[in-house]
Design a protein around this ligand. Structure first.
Ligand code: ADP
Ligand code: MG
Length: 749
């Protein structure tokens, strides 16, 4: 492809204008209200740049038309047909069914739309439509349920494009054999409340404006592009949103995936340098009597440390004693006992006269760490405080004063602790739990003392395959807790369908009768939270107690409490509740006051109740493999054998494969590998993935070669020009700038 000469901006004003363009909030586009902006924020889309980097999660190829007479049951097909009936809209309570018949020269089909009454106005008798959906046969008839549709004002007849009247097309003329409509439609990731067509228009609008102004400037140096055989950025961005053929898509994807991996690695390398070079750390060295005190604490813990825990403690102690900041990743499967390792590191810091901070991704988790640490026998000498977004102003003032006076040894909190007014007397150790949710900027802010930096310990439950860890975490040291506490039993995992509810409920009852507790995990908070594009086609006639795929915590909670298990005590926990309510629900569950906790994934990290031995995951197909493993890790924490039931009515192959892998193995490393293997392109966005950095396009399993190439390039550039000061590298700074807030925040380094 030809290279376009790209003028460098003559002055800073031009550069600034361009930056301002990309940073414009999405609300600067016509049609994006505050409330829509909030929905986009759930997709990590805040400004123009993000919108252009919201890549299609799939493409629908509308170019292969199937004559209606050749439709086959179960197949996904695109048809071109004329609407031959007035829309027939029926209500049953709040639910509705819309029924329309379409015909072409070869046959007919009935299309049904459930709970979408507004489509009635868009389906006009006599109008020509492209329809796409899965075919099912119903008696003698072919049907499509909730198909995508688009009115057509042109069609190809004998190779000629002719316009068709908006109404009154004769279906006998529609012979798909003579037609060749060619276009590929991008399908964007959505959240409930956003419409596919709107998102597509917004992306198009930004793309057009950027092209007009020449703002799709190259960020990769030409020699690098030549070496790696990459297209220009402009070409790639256009073709990822408007692919013409499979080939142009592949070229575009290759370039953008490389770019994504490359800037991630480059950013990590730069960060690693910044965190280390020239920074001094407070060396945590204990004298003999303090060392004895520390050992004494270990012996007073409610359990003996596992071999792996002891080894990790030693590795951390050695790092802490150095005058250079520790930069260590503590990696261990769920339930491997990372918290106590962190606590013992905090104790070392305290004995040496220093303070620590422990940051958790959510208020709930921070609260739980706090209560674990305050209540663990042996750790009573630690003075611990909790600071979160919901701490009252007066209390916050007190905590800050005590912190500055050195009267607190450990501050536990959410990222709210990282604001400027939080001043430590002597911060020695900073620990982050489930690091990938943290912003890099925040962490750097924390690190930047005058010339010194605290030791940093990053805890992660995601067993990143070693080959990847090496690349992704670069210079980070890694400790692995590769041994579970003694007496742990593997979690037996099974699958079930709606039809199995009676047996599943029996299982719940049995566990509760034994004095044990149960988690019921739901994919959604509220009943109306279905996501437009993934909406599962459901017959309003087929009433099952709980629709697995769309299980909302609130409805399931009501159903269990009022109908299914009214004699048992159920609690509810989801992200839409106030922090106070969440903590109360969790406390009640931990205290055994509630026997069943109906929850969304808010429990996925860190919630700890060893008495819970059964977990039901409803709509399990909506979760990723790592996430299911993570969730499952909430049980199997005591000495009782635990059971996890993955409930799903899906027949999707990929989902069923995930379940199979989970039923077969409890090994986090194996599962992480499988997770990467099984992650399809649609999966990446449909399900919020866990731990492993989320990339928009790159797939860490299938793109390992690309990752290696990107790493080699990044390392070469950094060793030749560590400050990226050479003129040929100046565009890399722009690329880093753009990538910085996006991808690195997920890695949190
Ligand atoms: P994670 O690594 O997932 O953060 P936790 O630190 O929450 O794991 O520990 C899980 C559970 O195991 C907690 O209840 C903790 O008290 C317990 N635990 C930790 N270490 C041991 C051990 N060596 N022996 C027995 N139980 C342990
Ligand atoms: Mg934990």
């Amino acid at each position: 492809m030809t290279e376009r000469w790209q003028p460098q901006p003559a002055d800073r004003t031009a550069e600034n204008r361009e930056r301002e363009f990309w940073q414009q909030p999405v609300t600067a586009l016509k049609g994006i209200s505050q409330s829509r902006a909030k929905l986009l924020a759930q997709l990590d889309v805040y400004n123009f740049r993000d919108l252009l980097r919201l890549f299609p999660r799939d493409y629908h190829d509308w170019s292969q038309l199937t004559p209606l007479s050749e439709l086959r049951e179960g197949e996904e097909a695109t048809v071109l047909a004329v609407c031959t009936t007035e829309p027939n809209l029926r209500y049953r309570g709040a639910r509705s069914t819309l029924r329309v018949t379409f015909r072409d020269a070869t046959g007919g089909i009935v299309c049904l739309w459930f709970n979408s009454p507004f489509f009635a106005d868009k389906l006009i008798k006599g109008q020509l439509y492209l329809l796409r959906g899965r075919v099912r046969s119903y008696g003698q008839q072919n049907q499509m349920v909730n198909p995508h549709f688009q009115p057509q004002d042109r069609m190809l007849l004998g190779g000629e494009s002719v316009s068709v009247p908006p109404e009154g097309v004769n279906y006998r003329e529609i012979d798909p054999g003579n037609l060749a409509a060619t276009f590929v439609r991008p399908i964007y990731p959505l959240v409930a409340g956003l419409q596919q067509g709107n998102v597509r228009n917004w992306v198009e609008a930004v793309l057009d404006r950027a092209l007009e102004r020449g703002y799709l400037r190259e960020v990769l140096p030409a020699p690098l592009r030549r070496r790696q055989r990459l297209s220009t950025g402009e070409y790639a961005l256009i073709r990822i949103h408007r692919p013409e053929t499979q080939e142009t898509y592949s070229i575009a994807r290759h370039r953008l995936a490389f770019e994504e991996l490359f800037f991630t690695v480059l950013g990590l390398l730069r960060l690693g340098r910044r965190a280390r070079d020239g920074f001094a750390a407070f060396p945590v060295r204990l004298d003999t009597s303090d060392e004895e005190l520390w050992q004494d604490t270990v012996s007073r813990l409610p359990f003996a440390l596992t071999g792996a825990q002891s080894r990790c403690c030693d590795e951390i102690a050695a790092d802490l004693a150095a005058e250079r900041p520790m930069n260590r990743l503590l990696q261990g499967d769920v339930g491997s006992g990372k918290t106590v390792i962190a606590a013992l590191a905090v104790l070392r810091a305290k004995l040496a006269g220093g303070q620590s901070v422990l940051m958790a991704p959510t208020t709930v988790l921070a609260g739980q760490h706090y209560s674990t640490l305050v209540n663990m026998s042996g750790l009573d000498s630690l003075r611990v405080a909790l600071l979160t977004g919901s701490t009252r102003a007066a209390e916050r003032r007190n905590i800050l004063a005590a912190l500055a006076a050195g009267e607190i040894d450990l501050l536990v909190g959410t990222h709210a602790v990282l604001t400027e007014d939080v001043v430590f007397a002597n911060l020695v150790l900073a620990i982050t739990d489930e690091q990938h949710r943290f912003g890099v900027r925040q962490r750097i802010g924390l690190l930047s003392g005058e010339n010194s930096s605290p030791h940093v310990l990053v805890m992660s439950a995601t067993p990143i395959p070693r080959s990847l860890a090496l690349v992704l975490y670069g210079d980070l040291d890694v400790s692995v807790v590769d041994e579970l506490p003694a007496g742990r039993q593997p979690i037996a995992t099974y699958t079930a369908r709606s039809a199995d509810w009676p047996r599943v409920l029996e299982l719940v009852r049995k566990r509760v009768n034994l004095g044990q507790q149960v988690y019921v995990i739901c994919p959604l908070k509220y009943a109306d939270e279905t996501d437009e594009d993934e909406k599962i086609a459901r017959d309003p006639e087929a009433d099952s107690p709980v629709e697995l795929g769309n299980s909302a915590a609130e409805s399931v909670f009501e159903w269990l409490r009022k109908e299914a298990l009214p004699d048992l005590r159920s609690g509810l926990l989801h992200g839409g509740m106030k922090d106070r309510e969440k903590n109360a629900a969790l406390a009640a569950f931990r205290a055994g006051e509630t026997q069943i906790l109906v929850a969304t994934t808010v429990v996925e990290v860190g919630v700890d109740n060893p008495n819970a031995t059964l977990m039901l995951v409803l709509g399990a197909e909506r979760f990723g493999l790592s996430q299911l493993h993570q969730l499952r890790g909430r049980i199997g924490r005591g000495s009782e054998a635990s059971v996890c039931v993955l409930m799903s009515d899906t027949d999707k192959e990929l989902a069923r494969e995930r379940f199979k892998v989970l039923c077969r193995s409890n090994d986090g490393f194996y599962l992480a590998e499988q997770d990467l293997r099984l992650r399809g392109p649609g999966d990446l966005f449909g399900v919020r993935q866990h731990g492993i950095p989320e990339f928009r396009l790159a797939n860490l399993y299938t793109d390992q070669d690309l990752l290696r190439a990107a790493t080699t390039e990044a390392r070469q550039i950094m060793s030749a020009d560590p400050d990226l000061a050479l003129p040929e590298n100046s565009q890399l700074l722009r690329g880093l700038d753009a990538a910085f807030g996006e991808r690195l925040t997920h890695i949190g380094l």
